[in-house]
Design a protein around this ligand. Structure first.
Ligand SMILES: C[S@@+](CC[C@H](N)C(=O)[O-])C[C@H]1O[C@@H](n2cnc3c(N)ncnc32)[C@H](O)[C@@H]1O
Length: 368
C-alpha cells in the first residue's frame, strides 16, 4: 500500500479537495485532520487539499466544507494569460486517469436508474486575459473522449459532475463527491431572513471548544443553525456528559422555526426573549456562539451600536469567568471596542464575505 492511500484496482488514491466558505479553510483543515484522520497538504482561501488512507462515506459527513472532490489535477502557477487555455486543455486531457476517478466516484455515489447523467461546471474568479467561456471551452476540449459513451449531459441533478475552478493563479479540477445536502443540510426545513450558512455555523461551533457538561448559548438564534451545529459538535465531543444547549430570539417566529429545525437534530432549551435582558443566571453559561443582526438588517444602522452594547453587557453577565464566545458580526470594530472594554481578550479573527458583506468571525476569552 502506498503512503498516498489504499489501492483501488492497484492504483493509489488521488488527493481530495474541499471547498469552503472563504476564511474558514483553516477550521475545515482542522476538521479534516482531527475528525476524518486526513492529511492536509495545502490550504488556499476557500480550499483545502488533503489525502485520506481510504475513500469512505465519512468524507461526506464533514460539516465545515461546502463540497468535496476527487482531484483530477491542480495548479497554482496559472499565468493569467491566454496561454493558460492550452494548459487547461492539455492537463485535463493528459494528467488524470479519468476511468479510475469515475470508479472511485461510483464507490460513494452508486449509479441511479436509467442512463447515467453528467454535468460540467467551470468557475472562474479574478482578472484573467481570457473569459470564463474560453476556459470552459478548453476544459470541454480536454475532456473529449473521456466521458463513457451512453452518458447523457444534464443540467439538473446529474449523477456525476466534473468541476474546473479557477481562483486567480490557482486552478483545481475534479470529480464532485458531495451533493447539495453537504452545504444545505437536511435539517433546514424552515428559514428566517439572514439565516447563516450551515458550514459557517459549523466552523463557529468547532471554534467554541465545547466539552462535556457545558452549557452553550445562542441568544439571537434566528432559524437555529448555530444551535443545530452546536448539538452536532457536542454529540461528537462529549460522550462523557451531556451538553446543555440554550437558545432564544426576540422574534417568536424565529423561535418557532428553530424548534422545527431542531426536531431532527436534538434537544435544546428554547425561549422567546430579549437578548439584552436574558432570563438566565449570572455566570451560568460556558460558551456563547452567536451572530447578532447585521446593521443593514435593522431599520436604521444607528440601532446596531446600542443593541450590541446592551447585548455585550448581558453576554458578560451570563458567561462564566474563563468562558469563551464565538461571534460573527459585520460591525466588528465596534464589537471589539465593547468587549475589550469589559476585559475580554481576542483569540482569533477570521475575515469572511457573506451575502456580499465583509464580516468577522471572532473568538473571545473572558478573563478567569
Ligand atoms: C443574523 S440573525 C441570526 C441568524 C441565525 N444565526 C441563523 O442562522 O438563522 C439575528 C437574529 O437576532 C434576532 N434579534 C434581534 N434583536 C434581538 C434581541 N434584542 N434579542 C434577541 N434576538 C434579537 C433577530 O430576530 C434575528 O433572528
Amino acid at each position: 500500500m502506498s503512503r498516498s492511500g489504499r489501492p483501488t484496482d492497484d492504483k493509489p488514491l488521488p488527493p481530495l479537495y474541499a471547498m469552503t466558505q472563504g476564511g474558514v479553510e483553516t477550521v475545515a483543515a482542522d476538521e479534516i485532520t482531527r475528525d476524518l484522520g486526513g492529511e492536509v497538504k495545502k490550504t488556499y482561501r476557500g480550499l483545502a487539499v488533503f489525502r485520506v488512507e481510504e475513500l469512505t462515506p465519512a468524507v461526506l459527513s464533514l460539516r465545515t466544507t461546502e463540497d468535496v472532490f476527487l482531484m483530477a489535477w491542480g495548479s497554482d502557477t496559472l499565468t493569467y494569460k491566454a496561454e493558460d487555455l492550452d494548459t487547461l486543455r492539455t492537463w485535463t486531457a493528459k494528467k488524470p486517469d479519468w476511468d479510475h476517478l469515475f470508479k472511485l466516484h461510483h464507490k460513494l455515489r452508486p449509479k441511479t436508474k436509467g442512463r447515467p447523467t453528467y454535468h460540467l461546471v467551470c468557475q472562474m474568479q479574478g482578472e484573467h486575459g481570457y473569459r470564463r467561456a474560453d476556459a470552459r471551452e478548453a476544459f470541454v476540449a480536454g475532456l473529449a473522449g473521456k466521458i463513457p459513451h451512453g452518458w447523457q449531459y444534464s443540467n439538473e441533478n446529474a449523477w456525476l459532475e466534473i468541476w474546473l475552478t479557477i481562483y486567480s493563479k490557482t486552478a483545481v479540477c475534479g470529480v464532485r463527491l458531495s451533493d447539495r445536502t453537504m452545504r444545505h443540510r437536511t435539517y433546514k426545513l424552515d428559514h428566517v431572513a439572514a439565516s447563516l450558512r450551515p458550514t459557517v455555523a459549523a466552523a463557529m461551533a468547532r471554534l467554541a471548544g465545547i466539552g462535556p457538561g457545558m452549557t452553550v448559548l445562542d441568544p439571537m438564534c434566528g432559524a437555529g443553525t448555530i444551535l443545530a451545529e452546536v448539538i452536532d459538535v457536542a454529540g461528537k465531543r462529549s460522550r462523557a456528559g451531556r451538553v446543555r444547549v440554550v437558545g432564544g430570539d426576540i422574534d417568536p417566529n424565529a423561535v418557532f422555526v428553530t424548534s422545527q429545525n431542531l426536531q431532527q437534530v436534538g434537544p435544546a432549551d428554547l425561549a422567546r426573549w430579549d437578548a439584552t435582558r436574558l432570563p438566565l443566571e449570572t455566570a451560568s453559561v460556558d460558551r456563547i456562539v452567536s451572530n447578532p443582526p447585521f446593521g443593514k438588517q435593522l431599520e436604521s444602522i444607528e440601532k446596531i451600536g446600542p443593541l450590541l452594547e446592551a447585548a455585550a453587557a448581558e453576554w458578560d453577565r451570563v458567561l462564566k469567568p474563563g468562558g469563551r464566545a464565538v461571534l460573527l458580526a459585520m460591525e466588528h470594530e465596534g464589537l471589539k471596542r465593547t468587549l475589550v472594554a469589559r476585559g475580554w481578550s481576542p483569540a482569533r479573527a477570521l475575515r469572511l464575505r457573506l451575502l456580499g458583506q465583509l464580516c468577522v468571525l471572532s473568538v473571545w476569552h473572558k478573563p478567569g
